[in-house]
Ligand binder design. Structure first.
Ligand SMILES: Nc1ncnc2c1ncn2[C@@H]1O[C@H](COP(=O)(O)OP(=O)(O)OP(=O)(O)O)[C@@H](O)[C@H]1O
Length: 253
């Protein structure tokens, strides 16, 4: 098998404030290969966002090893796209200009970036909305614009922190399907944090389960459900078995 895009071994993160120490992430070990869709699931406070921030280069780590790039150079600013729980669109910029923001910051060729942004807006189903302002779009549409923004500079790795947590249940299910389609079309590596065990199983080719108190990585396993995944898959015994496995790991009866 090819070298993983990300290799973590006994990764550990301690937050320090004056004399206090708080172990936020303990002994996380896993390989993530290019093209994987990895879901990170676990209870509130177990260190999911911390792990994402380490992968994004926003935080360092205190122990263990992290190798990103699979042998080639990897610059977090250039090679990572981020999606957050809220779309965080700039309200005075049009949707197109919001999507172009990373390209502007990185100083990419304007003409090529604009063409790519328009193609991405088309891919996320917002082709008629390039000139609108964020307030003219629904929450789900804004989050789709945020996904296009995360892809505009053609990153190798897309990190998503609870991307659909603020959406209603039905929109969230639709966005799950959209996201799987976008992931398949782009062929990129996605790491997605979620509180939802069902969402973790539905989206992931692999799932990492983290537990709190103490923070640790409980398991990391492949989710070998058939593609393309449709919502009815959630009623299948195989889907239920993966969900049960995560319930057991999290100690939920
Ligand atoms: N900058 C910080 N300084 C000190 N402690 C922090 C900091 N950021 C997070 N923590 C603590 O580290 C632990 C893990 O936080 P983190 O945000 O990674 O958890 P999470 O699993 O993403 O939680 P949630 O699902 O609620 O967003 C929490 O107990 C949190 O209080």
């Amino acid at each position: 098998m090819s070298e993983p895009l990300i290799r973590m071994r006994q990764l550990r993160k301690v937050y320090r404030k004056r004399n206090e120490e708080f172990l936020a992430v303990s002994d996380v070990s896993m390989d993530i290969h290019a093209g994987d869709m990895v879901s990170l699931v676990g209870p509130s406070g177990c260190g999911k966002s911390t792990l994402l921030k380490i992968l994004a280069g926003l935080h360092g780590h205190d122990g263990g090893t992290l190798e990103i790039g699979g042998g080639s150079t990897f610059q977090p600013g250039r090679d990572v796209g981020m999606v957050f729980q809220q779309p965080l669109l700039l309200k005075w910029r049009t949707i197109l200009d919001n999507v172009l923001l990373p390209a502007d910051i990185l100083g990419l060729d304007k003409k090529a970036a604009r063409a790519r942004a328009l193609a991405l807006l088309d891919m996320v189903g917002l082709s008629g909305f390039a000139d609108k302002l964020p307030y003219e779009l629904s929450g789900g549409m804004q989050q789709r614009a945020a996904i296009a923004r995360a892809l505009v500079h053609d990153p190798k790795l897309v990190l998503m922190d609870e991307p659909f947590g603020a959406l209603d249940a039905l929109t969230r299910e639709k966005m799950n399907l959209e996201m799987l389609r976008i992931w398949e079309e782009t062929g990129k590596t996605f790491v997605v944090v979620t509180h939802s065990i069902q969402e973790a199983v539905f989206l992931g080719t692999h799932c990492a389960v983290l537990t709190a108190g103490p923070a640790r990585m409980a398991d990391h396993f492949a989710i070998d459900l058939p593609a393309p995944r449709k919502l009815h898959l959630k009623t299948s015994p195989a889907f239920g078995q993966h969900v049960s496995r995560i319930y057991d790991l999290l100690g939920v009866e």
